[in-house]
Design a protein around this ligand. Structure first.
Ligand SMILES: C[S@@+](CC[C@H](N)C(=O)[O-])C[C@H]1O[C@@H](n2cnc3c(N)ncnc32)[C@H](O)[C@@H]1O
Length: 209
């Protein structure tokens, strides 16, 4: 993940303002509550921690997982600077992620109440594997959400975004979630030109046992 280690040096300066409204939109649709356990899958520099951590409070926990040590270092600084004490950060790949890697962060041994993958799946050619791994970690009755840039007809800006993020924003990265979840909802929000397409917010609930 050498590219994201480099990108970590200018990621926040380039993108924080652009995506902030969509993070807030995602958080409001996640129906977060104090005490919940939340997975921030591919947390990057931790921009989503700003909206997730306060919503679950001191009795809750947000676990961020990312493959890039550089992105995680930024997330650690952010959590420390902002006093986000309920955040835990783990270096690892979503493609191989297992519950055993996270047990110390899941106090009662249960799964996550909420899992968010924000601008991550489009950057993974093996996004179906990643989506299935994250889904495995969601508690029955819990919600998984995928937020990503997406377009069906890619233009110049879309190609630039793909190049910069090592992504392909044409991927229909919600389709695994759509297949396995209950109450699946897909929203397409208009986004500024620099996103390269729309913002898709997809969410679904894990059936109760
Ligand atoms: C475009 S950034 C998004 C970061 C963050 N979620 C956000 O909303 O700003 C994509 C992130 O996915 C991470 N990533 C890429 N492949 C990964 C993998 N296999 N496992 C975990 N994280 C991965 C990168 O390191 C990077 O931090």
């Amino acid at each position: 993940m050498a590219w994201y280690d480099v990108f970590s040096n200018f990621y926040d300066a380039s993108l924080e303002g652009l995506y902030r409204p969509f993070r807030e939109a995602a958080a409001s649709r996640l129906a977060l509550a104090p005490g919940q356990l939340v997975l921030d899958a591919g947390c990057g520099t931790g921009q989503s921690l700003d909206v997730l951590s306060p919503a679950v409070g001191s009795s809750g926990r947000v676990v961020g997982v990312d493959l890039s040590a550089g992105m995680l270092a930024r997330a650690r600084s952010r959590a420390a600077q902002k006093g986000l004490d309920n955040v835990r950060l783990v270096e690892g790949s979503l493609l191989t992620l297992e519950r055993a890697q996270l047990t110390e962060h899941l106090p009662s041994g249960r799964g996550f109440d909420r899992a968010l993958a924000f601008l991550v799946m489009s950057a993974l050619p093996e996004w179906e594997t990643a989506s299935a791994r994250v889904w495995e970690l969601v508690e029955p009755g819990g919600t998984m959400m995928i937020v990503d840039a997406n377009t069906e007809s890619i233009g110049l800006q879309g190609h630039l975004v793909n190049l910069m993020a090592r992504a392909d924003i044409r991927r229909r990265v919600w389709s695994h979630l759509e297949r396995v979840s209950e109450g699946f909802v897909l929203e397409r929000l208009a986004a500024p030109y620099s996103v390269g397409g729309d913002i898709v917010i997809a969410r679904g609930t894990k059936p109760s046992r």
